[in-house]
Design a protein. Structure first.
Length: 339
């Protein structure tokens, strides 16, 4: 086993998943606005420290994705965040894309940027302690979307990023996110997600990636958030699995889903239902941002006196998702033993 494969497998260890805490400046400002907190560098640092220092979270959290600012920050005692995480057995990772920008000559589709200078940035991040990286491409479902143009340009960029990561000794998390906004049906989501995955694995293969040292971070296959008669938990689990069985090579160690605007309990229940249908060729895990953080962010409200309540809320969501890793989650666990 290569060291890349070791890291990828450690990130999807039994009962554990990843915390995505890599919100860019714009996104974290939106999250802070929602709780009436100011997005200053110190507030962002304090909030991230609250999450990273939560006692016991390491029982359910294998890795954390950091943002450029955060990987350079330290806790109150001066311990750099990557060191703090490592001391708990949590693997530090880093978001390396520069965001989804308008795709030239398209109406409103996007291409993710950040390839220029990436080789040098990856080597700096590795020095700072990162062992894996993330790059997110986004696609919309609409009449003629995602277009072949958007699907293939993003697949090509994802594979270029992933190859540079493996060269630098970092595990690439490949994140093609088909956004689930709108009124599309479950079947439309499955088709769009399948087309995107087909292109991504074609490009990863052509660009010489070793799948064993990669992880896939996809959307789940859902009915559009505004669709009438939205599919239930079981239907979502089955449609998502059908799509991934068709398109994701068995050599990929794990599929770590994003939550993408689902409620935190839905994200947990969907993951649980898929694992209950296992075993599968790949580990099915989580790499949630909002679905792990939303209750903690609300409990914190930007106030130092709420840090412990926020840590309890984060710990609880981590534990629920840890249970969903083995199909052992039940909604009754949401209230049992919560302070
Ligand atoms: P969400 O779980 O909030 O979708 O965030 C995951 C992520 O990292 C998106 O890039």
């Amino acid at each position: 086993m290569t060291s890349l494969e070791d890291t990828a497998r450690a990130l999807v260890a039994e009962g554990k998943g990843i915390l995505a805490a890599d919100e860019s400046d714009g996104t974290i400002k939106k999250r802070f606005d929602s709780i009436g907190a100011e997005s200053t560098e110190e507030n962002r640092r304090a909030y991230r420290e609250l999450l990273f220092a939560t006692e016991g979270a390491e029982d359910y959290i294998s890795g954390v994705i950091l943002f450029d600012e955060t990987i350079r920050q330290s806790d109150e005692d001066g311990t750099p965040f990557p060191r703090l995480l490592e001391s708990k057995g949590i693997i530090p990772g880093i978001k390396v894309d520069k965001g989804a920008k308008p795709l030239a000559l398209s109406d409103d589709e996007t291409i993710t940027e950040g390839l220029d200078g990436l080789r040098d940035r990856l080597s700096e991040y590795r020095e700072l302690g990162a062992r894996f990286a993330k790059w997110r491409a986004t696609y919309s479902i609409a009449a003629d979307e995602p277009s072949e143009y958007c699907v293939w340009t993003n697949a090509h960029a994802l594979a270029r990023y992933a190859a540079l990561c493996q060269e630098a000794g970092l595990v690439p998390i490949v994140e093609p996110e088909v956004l689930q906004d709108g009124t599309h049906t479950l079947e439309e989501s499955r088709k769009a997600t399948g087309r995107v995955l087909q292109a991504v694995y074609t490009e990863l293969h052509d660009q010489r990636l070793d799948y064993r040292g990669t992880l896939l971070k996809p959307n789940m296959v859902l009915s559009g958030y505004d669709a009438p008669d939205r599919a239930g938990i079981q239907e979502v689990a089955e449609a998502t699995l059908e799509c991934f069985y068709k398109h994701v090579p068995a050599a990929v160690p794990g599929i770590v889903f994003l939550s993408g605007g689902q409620s935190d309990e839905d994200a947990t229940a969907h993951l649980n239902a898929m694992n209950a249908l296992g075993p599968h060729p790949w580990e099915l895990s989580f790499s949630y941002g909002r679905a792990l953080q939303a209750p903690a962010l609300k409990a914190w409200g930007g106030k130092p006196e709420n840090v412990e309540a926020a840590q309890r809320a984060y710990y609880h969501r981590a534990k629920m998702n840890g249970a969903a890793r083995t199909g052992m989650y039940a909604p009754e666990m949401e209230t049992a033993g919560v302070a």
